[in-house]
Design a protein around this ligand. Structure first.
Ligand SMILES: C[S@@+](CC[C@H](N)C(=O)[O-])C[C@H]1O[C@@H](n2cnc3c(N)ncnc32)[C@H](O)[C@@H]1O
Length: 247
């Protein structure tokens, strides 16, 4: 008898990510938990002088603009790396045609926390370049800092693949480079609306220590309690991480 099949990253059709439904469920309004993630990540970027980072990465950017806004205070050039065609198309439209109005409250919060951000969201997004690709395409040490939000644990059911993706994320920064990330805590496979089930791996703080401990220094992990105003994805909250690649 064989057990249930483990779904790998390649088994899902990332080009078909349901952008509109995902935005509607998660990002059309600023939720309490977004405030938590933004406050955490803003603290990370405030460590650096304005424009103090030459190149930074957003790995698996999806259609989420707030990590890109946050990076704009410290980073002069932000690569939004994304394998999915629908997500890239949405990002291009936001960068060229102007961002959807629903992102303005996110930007107001980011700027209130970090006045070094440009006056407008359009200006902040002017530092972003959308890049087609996935974690396997990353070269060693190409960035000063890297950010990853709800990716490694939300794109595979295979613990080895999760670890490999986290290692690629870590190696994407130069020795001594900086990492910031957010993970859904203990999330099983999930659906957006009535769409297909996407592969996911339930992870907790211990797993993050196991995976990132040997790869990084200055590892800090904290937790946000579950936000009940969001759809039920089966998670128990959000885990937040900062670390550095060893010099
Ligand atoms: C749950 S979404 C998160 C999107 C976005 N980062 C956010 O904060 O909402 C997972 C994202 O990871 C991307 N992805 C899937 N496989 C990937 C891989 N191997 N490397 C990098 N990104 C990947 C998907 O296309 C999707 O945009």
């Amino acid at each position: 008898m064989t057990g249930p099949e483990v779904r790998h990253n390649q088994d899902a059709d990332w080009d078909a990510w349901p952008v509109a439904a995902y935005l509607a469920e998660n990002y059309r309004e600023l939720h309490h938990i977004d405030r938590g993630v933004i406050t955490h990540h803003s603290g990370f970027y405030r460590r650096f002088p304005p424009g103090g980072l030459a190149r930074t990465l957003e790995l698996g950017a999806g259609p989420n603009l707030y990590p890109l806004m946050l990076a704009a205070a410290a980073s002069r050039h932000i690569d939004a790396l994304e394998p999915g065609a629908a997500n890239r198309e949405y990002l291009y439209r936001q960068l060229t045609g102007g961002p959807d109005a629903s992102w303005q409250p996110f930007y107001q919060l980011c700027r209130a926390l970090d006045p070094a951000l440009p006056a407008t969201l359009d200006e902040a997004l002017g530092r972003v370049r959308v890049v087609r690709g996935d974690a396997e395409d990353l070269t060693d040490g190409g960035y000063d800092a890297a950010s990853m939000n709800f990716v490694a644990e939300s794109v595979t059911e295979d613990p080895t693949e999760f670890t490999t993706l986290c290692a690629a994320f870590t190696r994407a920064v130069r020795p001594g480079g900086h990492l910031v990330a957010a993970f859904m805590e203990r999330m099983p496979s999930y659906r957006i609306g009535e769409g297909p089930y996407w592969p996911a791996l339930p992870v907790d703080e211990a797993v993050l220590h196991e995976v990132f401990g040997p790869l990084t220094t200055d590892l800090r992990i904290s937790r946000l309690a579950k936000d009940r105003t969001l759809p039920e994805y089966g998670d128990t909250g959000i885990l937040l991480l900062t670390a550095r690649r060893p010099p």
